[in-house]
Design a protein around this ligand. Structure first.
Ligand SMILES: C[S@@+](CC[C@H](N)C(=O)[O-])C[C@H]1O[C@@H](n2cnc3c(N)ncnc32)[C@H](O)[C@@H]1O
Length: 369
């Protein structure tokens, strides 16, 4: 499915109401797309593009079959971001316990000038951009140093892209906006390689990848980068367990709502029957794996029906479903991992407490034999 699970229902609605828009090609496709991929995208909203797809729900159904019917049961984090989930995440970002957003924002505000000076690009592609609130520091510098450019946020959440579009267009008339309502992989594979680009991945979303998905994903990203493109990555660092556990279990219970809301989203998309009154949130820091683990725990036996899969399973009392992980990193080790994937670190910015890092990478040149 092109615009994934979360805002799938909304996007599908837009899909049909905007069918005439697609047919008439009211908006001409922007030059951000490679010629091979151009035909796959249509405008789902003004300045926002989605993938055309013959079987829109296939990808969601396959994901659920692969994760919820597996042992141990888990989910892909993109299911957290329907309209309600996207708004809950914005609330989490402003919580005192959730140091990540304000720390990353402060580093970006301080270092955007340096980052943009190093990245001589026309285009900023942001993966999982959300409401793009922190990205404004980079866009501001892009306008100051280059007079303008193009901003391409990629996100499964149509709600977030619409808010991002309205805010970016209002603040930066010199910046072209083209949102891609799609999964990361679908978005980055469609970007024209000859367009000088800074890829940006903030919010420590890198921590949501498990170890094997990490390697697969960043190999793909590295392969999608042109030879002079750069990549800016925001990563949360290891710190006191108490600080970490508080950040993911706030006193107002917003994180708990956010995590359990994924099941509302799945019920809507899959027609399943998860009962939110029969589950609770549980999270802890796994020291061995250096990751926060966020679970939904069933508080009584419930038989879950998954109609599109013609399947059901018993979610037993006390059984956990892993909804999200958030890995914590040691930046120097991470730089070494990226080196193996073909990305060479060229700058490292951090905050005074060294709680968070922004790493800037370029593609390694292949040595001639
Ligand atoms: C943790 S939030 C970060 C938002 C923003 N970058 C920030 O730093 O505040 C993750 C964002 O990535 C999006 N997202 C999650 N999984 C995705 C996927 N597989 N493909 C595209 N977007 C995804 C979500 O909709 C959400 O907006």
């Amino acid at each position: 499915m092109s615009f994934a699970s979360d805002d799938g229902a909304t996007a599908r609605q837009h899909h049909s109401t905007n069918q005439s828009m697609r047919d008439q090609k009211i908006e001409s496709p922007p030059e951000i797309f490679s010629s091979a991929q151009l035909e796959r995208w249509y405008p789902v909203e003004s300045s926002i593009w989605a993938l055309t797809s013959e079987t829109p729900d296939q990808d969601v159904v396959q994901s659920i079959a692969r994760t919820l019917l597996a042992q141990p049961r888990h989910l892909e984090p993109r299911f957290l971001y329907d309209e309600r989930g996207s708004r809950l995440f914005e609330k989490i970002s402003a919580l005192p316990e959730y140091y990540l957003t304000r720390t990353e924002d402060a580093i970006l505000e301080k270092e955007a000038k340096q980052v943009i000076a190093r990245a001589e690009v026309e285009c900023l592609v942001e993966l999982g951009a959300g409401f793009s609130k922190k990205t404004v520091h980079l866009l501001k510098e892009q306008v100051r140093q280059r007079g303008g450019g193009t901003f391409v946020p990629i996100d499964v959440s149509l709600t977030a892209l619409i808010e991002s579009r309205d805010s970016v267009k209002e603040q930066f008339s010199q910046v072209g906006f083209h949102g891609l309502c799609a999964r990361y992989e679908e978005g980055i594979s469609s970007i024209e390689k000859n367009l000088p680009t800074l890829f940006v991945f903030l919010g420590s979303s890198v921590g949501n990848f498990n170890r094997s998905d990490f390697v697969r994903f960043f190999r793909l990203l590295s392969g999608c980068m042109g030879s002079n493109d750069l990549f800016l990555l925001g990563v949360d660092r290891e710190k006191r367990v108490e600080t970490l556990e508080k950040a993911y279990n706030d006193s107002e219970g917003i994180t708990a709502d956010f995590i359990l809301n994924a099941f509302e989203n799945i019920n809507r998309v899959m027609g399943s029957n998860f009962d939110l009154a029969k589950m609770r949130y549980h999270s802890f820091y796994n020291l061995q794996w250096q990751q926060m683990e966020m679970y939904a725990v069933s508080t009584s036996d419930q038989k879950i029906h998954l109609p599109p899969l013609k399947s059901e399973f018993l979610w037993k009392e006390g059984e956990k479903i892993l909804v999200e992980i958030s890995r914590k990193f040691e930046p120097f080790q991470l730089q070494q991992h990226f080196q193996l994937i073909g990305l060479e670190s060229i700058a490292h910015y951090t905050d005074p407490q060294e709680w968070y890092s922004l790493l800037l990478f370029k593609r390694q040149m292949k040595r001639s034999p």
